[in-house]
Design a protein around this ligand. Structure first.
Ligand SMILES: [Zn+2]
Length: 211
């Protein structure tokens, strides 16, 4: 298994290809390796992303079958089942990079802002369970008197940071892997506008991409 920084670099290169409209030959050819994947998988990264139809993870990173272990839930929130999924991949496959990826114009973030501003509007129990997980990340931003676009941008990032931190400290297994086995949990934001992913949280200095 490749280490976390090699995995991060592979994601950055794949996203660059996607954003510039190049589809990698390797990715297309990986369809031909389908029979190899029957025996098992060795995904090089775990991605916790949003369910938004505009952010299909394998496509925005230009990766193929068997490359990524993907968990998608509206608002890329971290509940027990998400922690369990990350634990499963890290323990079973030795995957050493975990990315929490939010995105611009996220509907779950907007729904949370709406719920905070209009407490009398009742969401369903299911939707509330998502909104209530995002709420602590955005609640304190709301009073800072910024314009709506800036507020949403900051809220997306704050929610990613909180989710990444929940993974780093929410499981004894993951804590041990971080401490002893080089597991890295980073936060990122996908831009619908540019197609680029900015890895902005928890990335070692030498790996930071220029904006
Ligand atoms: Zn979203």
């Amino acid at each position: 298994m490749i280490n976390a920084l090699e995995a991060l670099s592979r994601l950055q290169e794949g996203n660059k290809r996607f954003a510039t409209g190049i589809r990698s030959l390797d990715t297309m050819l990986s369809q031909a390796h389908k029979p190899d994947l029957v025996a098992g998988q060795a995904p090089f990264a775990v991605i916790l992303g949003c369910s938004d139809s505009r952010v299909p993870v394998e496509i925005v990173f230009d990766q193929g079958l068997g490359d990524l272990f993907v968990i998608r839930v509206a608002g890329n929130v971290v509940a027990s089942s998400q922690i369990g999924s990350v634990e499963f991949a890290a323990e079973s496959f030795g995957t050493r990079l975990v990315v929490v990826m939010g995105h611009s114009r996220c509907g779950a973030i907007s729904a949370t802002l709406d719920a905070i501003r209009n407490p009398e509007c009742k969401n369903t129990r299911g939707l509330s369970s998502i909104v209530n997980r995002i709420r602590p990340a955005v609640e304190e931003l709301i009073h800072e008197g910024e314009d709506e676009a800036t507020l949403k941008h900051r809220a997306v990032r704050s929610n990613v940071r909180m989710a990444a931190q929940s993974l780093r400290s929410g499981s004894e297994l993951l804590e041990r892997l971080i401490l002893n086995e080089g597991l890295l949990v980073v936060g990122a934001e996908y831009s619908l506008e540019t197609g680029l992913v900015d890895f902005f949280d928890g990335v070692p200095a030498e790996m930071r991409t220029e904006k």
